[in-house]
Design a protein around this ligand. Structure first.
Ligand SMILES: *Cc1c(COP(=O)(O)O)cnc(C)c1O
Length: 381
């Protein structure tokens, strides 16, 4: 272990925790100072929202901290059911179920649906939890080129008559690009495959009212399996899947990560439910987030930086690993929390800064940040 850790350090791949000294807001306290947070997945800034906290606090006082069992034994309370109903409604589906994390959802859903002899077609840049779910399923996994539907169709045609599933991130977590959903669904329908989209970075972010990929492409109800997480824009914890009654009943009986794990605490469920309600009542946060993204991209372009995104994730290409670290470090000194993403998360020599915006960032903060990023890049040349 020590040898392996030493090697990671030598290759600059050793990972350290960054400990925050405040709640997850658009500003955080880190190493004793105020930083503008430009890296959080809490896109709608719900992690520390007053109305969410007040509602969760009431549920906490009534129902306590733990759930006391797995969902199918003693761990289902009213609030679990209410959240699932709210999720199904939000996503326009018959039913929904909550897993303990998005990771547990993917690693539970895929092995429940596919097994030996089946095929899973998986995008080359899918999230690690999808990759693990594929492995656990024992189905043959065929990886197609990133968001390349022609390559996907070629690969489907190489396996005539085999049943299975196509799975893709809705919004890809490193590049912030969006799946070609119309074409993916067309291929699934044409070849009799299930379609599954991971909306971890799409829910609360894309579509006019934050409902995700289907709303973005105006193709509501067309995907078979909509999976996502409550830990990002929703600001709580937990994974979920939405679909037909049959799908959800099947998964409740078959998904091992759902069956054999203690369910999430009522407090967490309450926080997610309230955040969803707030989005449904008034999606101003979603709209503010989308405005911020377009504004920030324009500010970056004025600095001569290539930046273009429709999601909360804005990659800023740097290149050399060391240079990316330098830029990130320089920005940290000026109070900007924006990490360098390096190999193996992205390819060697393609290191980048990964900016992630929040609905509550102000235009002025973002303009200043873009300027600081431009300067830091110029200075590190
Ligand atoms: C974050 C993420 C997950 C995992 O969700 P958690 O709730 O954090 O476990 C799954 N898929 C994608 C695409 C993600 O970005």
């Amino acid at each position: 272990m020590e040898e392996e850790l030493g090697m990671l350090k030598e290759k600059h791949l050793y990972r350290r925790l960054k400990v925050l000294e405040s709640a997850q807001n658009s500003h955080v306290r880190y190493q004793g100072r105020d930083m503008l947070m430009l890296a959080s997945n809490s896109y709608l800034d719900f992690c520390n929202d007053e109305r969410v906290k007040e509602y969760a606090l009431n549920v906490l006082l009534e129902y306590g901290t733990g759930s006391g069992g797995s969902r199918l034994t003693t761990g289902t309370m009213k609030i679990h059911m209410e959240l699932e109903e709210a999720l199904a409604r939000f996503k326009g589906r018959e039913a929904a179920m909550v897993f303990n994390t998005g990771f547990a959802a993917n690693s539970g859903i895929l092995p429940a649906l596919c097994g030996e002899g089946d095929i899973i077609y998986s995008d080359a840049r899918n999230h690690a939890s999808i990759i693990d779910g594929c492995k656990m399923s024992k189905a043959d996994t065929v990886v197609y080129q990133h968001n390349d539907m022609a390559d996907l169709e070629r690969k489907i045609l190489e396996h005539p008559g085999r049943w299975g599933l196509i799975v893709s991130d809705g919004v890809f977590s490193m590049d912030g690009d969006i799946v070609d959903l119309p074409e993916l669904v067309r291929l699934a329908d044409t070849y009799g495959l299930l379609s599954m989209i991971d909306e971890a970075h799409a829910t609360g972010v894309i579509g006019t009212t934050g409902r995700g990929c289907e709303e973005y492409f105006h193709m509501e109800g067309k995907t078979d399996i909509l999976m996502g997480t409550l830990s990002k824009a929703i600001g709580a914890e937990g994974g979920y899947v939405c679909g037909s009654h049959t799908l959800i009943e099947y998964l409740k009986n078959k998904a091992r990560s759902y069956i054999f794990s203690t369910s999430l605490s009522p407090v967490t469920m309450a926080a997610a439910k309230k955040a969803l309600e707030l989005i449904e009542e008034n999606p101003w946060r979603v709209q503010r987030l989308q405005e911020n993204v377009h504004w920030f991209c324009r500010c970056l372009q004025e600095q001569g930086i290539v930046a273009d995104s429709d999601t909360a994730i804005i990659p800023i290409g740097i290149g050399e690993e060391e240079k990316a670290l330098q830029v990130s470090e320089r920005l940290a000194q000026q109070g900007y929390f924006i990490p360098a993403i390096r190999y193996p998360t992205v390819r060697k020599g393609e290191a980048m800064l990964r900016a992630a915006l929040m609905a509550t960032h102000t235009k002025e903060e973002l303009a200043k940040a873009a300027q600081a990023i431009g300067e830091a890049i110029r200075l590190s040349r």
